[in-house]
Ligand binder design. Sequence first.
Ligand code: FES
Length: 339
Amino acid sequence: MFSFFRSSPPESMQVNEIAISLENKETILAAALRNGINFPYSCKVGGCAECKCRLTRGKIKALTDASYLLSAEEVQTGYILACQSVPKTADVTIEVDLSRARNRLVRGKVIAQEKLTHDIVSIDLELDETVIFKAGQYAKLSLENLPNVTRAYSFASKPSADSSKVRFFIRHVPGGIFSTHIYEEDLLDVGVEVEAPFGEFYLRDSNKPMLLIAGGSGLAPIISILEQAKEDRCERPVTVLLGARAQADIYCQQEIQKIAQDWPAAFEFKQILSEESNETSWQGLRGYIGDHLQTFATDNHQVYLCGPPLMIDNCIEKLSLIGISAAEMFADRFVSNSQ
Ligand code: FES
């Protein structure tokens, strides 16, 4: 069979100095989207030039002649079409203006709905096409049977190239139109719209041990980040702290234990309960997460915090005293919408 690779195909490339993985004969656009980069594109078939980018190093195989779409000057200065370019060498590096990328609105339907606790519901969506996001980011959701209401929720699943299935955790806010609707109505097969990606909460490159702190439904982006990190063969030690009121508020223990299985470094998951009765059998930690940071955090940790703003601000104050700089702390503040 014809092959344009003389040696083994490249397994990675650089997009704006970010290394991304490559699959066999994958186009630059497909690889960028699969790696969660919100890359500008439209047609994907070499007809619009929305995906144009500049090749600054390496060699590519052009699947179509881009000179019909690009100006002579663009071709001379190295512009190519990402959707029509397959890297041939291991040093392929491109520059692209990512600000041209739009957030995309993808339609789909609810395929599963499950109560995780007395006030947190998980919904699984099947979308008409793959939605692009980085693990940890959030989307704006709307439901066809609740017109003119849109709410932001973090993805609770990692991005995936071969699947358009995504998951969200919704905490019921008393009086909240959207969360009450999800909490009370049977939404199976109800149409949805997902606009994404949004937010700057995602895992940064580092060798530092990770401290992941979640309160309320804040485990959603933490699970997304951990699932992606496991797939990327991350070898950093992990500590996950979940703050909850009582045992009834603990969720996703099995999911986190599954991620912890075979994790190549230390992995611990602790729940800290603030209102658990002394009469119960609970043997674990009590109080607030901030009360226990001296035990779990060192000045070498990189920290990701997600949940209620009060919890996050309290933890950041304590983590700063431990010696963790603001540059090593990343927060996603969940603000309840009771309208
Ligand atoms: S996305 Fe249209 S030419 Fe590449």
